[in-house]
Structure formats: C-alpha cells, structure tokens
Ligand binder design. Structure first.
Ligand code: ADP
Ligand code: GN1
Ligand code: MG
Length: 361
C-alpha cells in the first residue's frame, strides 16, 4: 500500500490494518476498490472515488444516500430481518463526520465490504425473479420516506426529453467529427422522440407519478450470497424521484439481453424472454402493494424507453468524443450504441408478447 492510499484512508474511521487494495467491479462512472484488512475477524472495505464531473454535488448525493440507508435500516429492523449490516450498505464516517471526504479536489467514500457476497453480470431466471422482487421491495421500502423529496443527484437523469436535447446538441457540435457515419441512426432515433416522450407527457398531465427509484438497476448492483439469496441492493448514487418504468426498464435492458451491453457480434443481442418473464413476475409480486394499473400497463414501454435512452446516451457520448463513459478502446461507445440499438429492435419485435405476458400475471 503506497503513501497516496495511506493518506486517503487516514481520513476515514477504518478499523484494523489496511494491507491491500485492488480494483472492483465494472462500473462506467466511479472507480471502485476493495481494501483488505489484515485482521481476519475485522471486515474489509470498499473504497470509491466518486466521479464529481458526473455527480456535481457530492454533499447532496451523500445526504440522499444517508437518508435512504437509514430508512431502509429502520424497515429491516421493523421486519426483524436477520443479518443486519450484511444486508445494507454501511458507510464509514470520515474525519468531518460525513460519509465522504474531499481531498485535493477528489471525493472519496468508504463502505463496509459485505462479506461472502457475490455480484454477477448475468442471471438465471431464478435469480431474475428474486432480483425483480428485491428492486420492487426497494421502491416499496422507500415509498414512505418522510421529509423533503430526495435530491436529483443528476438533474434530469432519466428524462428522455433532456437526453434527446443532449443528442441534438452533440449532433450540432459534431465535436469528434463522427456524425457522418452515424447520421442514419441519429435520424432514426430522433424520429421516435415523440413516441418515447410518453412518460414525460403523462407526468405533466398528472397521470403518472414519481416515486423513489434506484435508477441504475443493473444486475451487478445487487449482491447475492453463496446460496444465491439476495443480500442487498447497492450503488445508491442515483436513488432519486423517478417513474417505476426506470427501474423495471433498466433491469430488462441490462439483464434480459442474450448478448453483452457492448457486444460486437450483434447476432448475440436480443431480448431473453425467459429472463424477461421471471423478472417481471418477481417485480410485480414485490410491487403489488403500490403499483397502479397505468404503471403496470406501461412496463413494456419502460423496457423500450430505457433501452432507447441508453442508445441515445451512448451515441451522444460517441459524438462528443467519449467524455462521459469510461471506454476500454477507441470505438467502445460505437459498439455500445449499436448493441443497444439492436436490443431496442428486438424489444420492438417482442412488444405484443411482452404485453400479453404482463396482462397474464
Ligand atoms: P460502480 O458501479 O459505480 O463502480 P458499485 O457501488 O456498483 O460501483 O460497486 C462496483 C462493484 O463492487 C459491485 O458490482 C460489487 O461487485 C462490488 N461492491 C460494491 N460495494 C460492495 C460492498 N459493500 N460489498 C461487497 N461488494 C461490493
Ligand atoms: C452507468 O457506472 P454504472 O454501471 O453504475 C450509468 C447508468 C448507465 C450504465 C450503462 C451515473 O452506470 O446510467 O445505465 O452506466 N450511470 C450514470 O451501463 O450515468
Ligand atoms: Mg454499480
């Protein structure tokens, strides 16, 4: 462990002797590490450098997260859920008493590593079912969070009208000189702008209400134990007011794909109906206490919307010259864009089948 790490860690109330730090996860925004502690009876830690270009007000974000975790802790206590701290993110206080520390313009936070946890990038139908229940239950537990509404940690994060306006700007600027090749796709996506703005319109008309949503319901934001039980929902940075369509749709987008998010072989990519069905069944079971008819009816639209939105976001970043998402090679955002678009085509093709299934549950 070098001096730079020692200095960062010295700002947090860490128990035990840090020995080794190693990279963790595949997130596209923050940098995540595992910190190993020498003493075997003490927990390890997760150390993260928060991307403050993306999360511009870290203090507000951490206050959101503190409120969310405190509320869920209370719910678990009321329910008598065993396991306590193993079942919820626990952030370590820094010297300032807050759950993060700013040093040299960098923002850091530390949480307890959840012991014997596994995360996955793909799921079986059984896991999709319990994941659906867990994300719905996460929304349910937060449905009676009192006080001021949570802060939008990224303003307009899942507002498709805003994302479309960002694409239009990227097209106008063509900063990376990549527009010519992408023009047909840009036109095809922009032609669907109205169709995809349905939720925002319904929101304005008062027909669809915002709840507290996680807004990053990728499979790797759930931790499982060695028997494949769900331990906890993690990565709470974007937990904020939103439509349930966000959480439902982002899971289908990220997990019910027969290929990878950045698959170069587009023939691998398509909707996995088994995962779709299992997740939907779990989600609807967990959401029973609160979901309205219109929300339920809009779920297939949510799956399309989040996939469309991610296509727009990857394409925007590609046109801007890769300034937002981490990339592993120069054309990475191109591959991501094309793979998301292929998934969107597949969702379009399965629309009736999705609707029929949801109506039957
Ligand atoms: P990001 O996706 O922004 O990089 P996450 O908070 O999702 O950050 O963490 C990345 C990965 O690190 C997760 O997918 C999970 O594998 C692992 N991880 C994160 N927090 C914990 C934790 N408290 N205990 C165990 N593993 C964790
Ligand atoms: C980012 O870094 P990660 O995996 O938590 C992004 C999500 C995207 C996702 C695409 C703050 O999430 O919105 O859906 O990449 N997070 C942010 O894989 O933009
Ligand atoms: Mg994550």
């Amino acid at each position: 462990m070098n001096n730079r790490w020692r200095k960062i860690l010295s700002n947090f109330e860490i128990e035990g002797t840090p020995i080794e730090i190693s990279r963790l996860g595949k997130g596209l925004i923050n940098d995540t590490y595992k910190l190993r502690i020498v003493e075997p009876d003490l927990p390890d830690y997760v150390v993260q450098r928060i991307n403050s270009d993306v999360f511009k007000d870290v203090d507000k974000m951490q206050r959101n997260i503190d409120r969310v975790t405190a509320h869920i802790r209370e719910k678990m206590f009321e329910r008598g859920v065993p396991g306590g701290p193993d079942r919820l993110l626990t952030f370590v206080r820094s010297r300032t008493g807050k759950s993060y520390y700013e040093a040299d313009g960098e923002f850091w936070r530390v949480s307890k590593y959840i012991d014997r946890s596994k995360s996955r990038d793909d799921v079986t139908p059984e896991l999709a079912y319990i994941t659906g229940k867990s994300f719905a239950d996460f929304q349910y537990m937060l449905s009676d969070l009192g006080g001021e509404p949570l802060d939008e940690t990224i303003p307009n994060f899942h507002n498709i009208e805003f994302r479309i306006s960002q694409l239009r700007e990227a097209v106008a600027d063509d900063k990376a000189g990549r527009l010519e090749l992408m023009r047909p796709l840009v036109d095809e996506l922009l032609d669907r702008a109205d169709e995809m703005s349905l939720a925002e319109r319904l929101g304005r008309e008062g027909k669809l209400t915002k709840r507290i949503t996680h807004c990053d319901t990728k499979v790797n934001n759930i931790l499982f134990d060695e028997d494949d039980n769900v331990l906890c929902v993690i990565d709470l940075d974007t937990t904020m007011p939103g439509y349930v369509l966000s959480d439902y749709g982002d899971f289908i987008r990220s997990a019910a794909n027969t290929g990878a998010e950045d698959d170069k072989d587009l023939d691998n990519v398509g909707l996995d109906m088994e995962i779709f069905k299992a997740f939907t069944r779990g989600y609807l079971e967990g959401a029973k206490p609160f979901i309205t008819d219109i929300e339920k009816e809009l779920l297939p639209f949510g799956a399309k919307l989040l996939t469309y939105m991610q296509t727009v976001r990857f394409l925007t970043d590609y046109l801007n010259g890769d300034t937002y998402y981490k990339i592993n090679y120069p054309e990475h955002n191109y591959d991501r864009t094309m793979a998301q678009k292929r998934l969107l085509d597949s969702l379009d093709a399965h629309e009736e089948e999705m609707k029929e299934y949801i109506a039957s549950v």
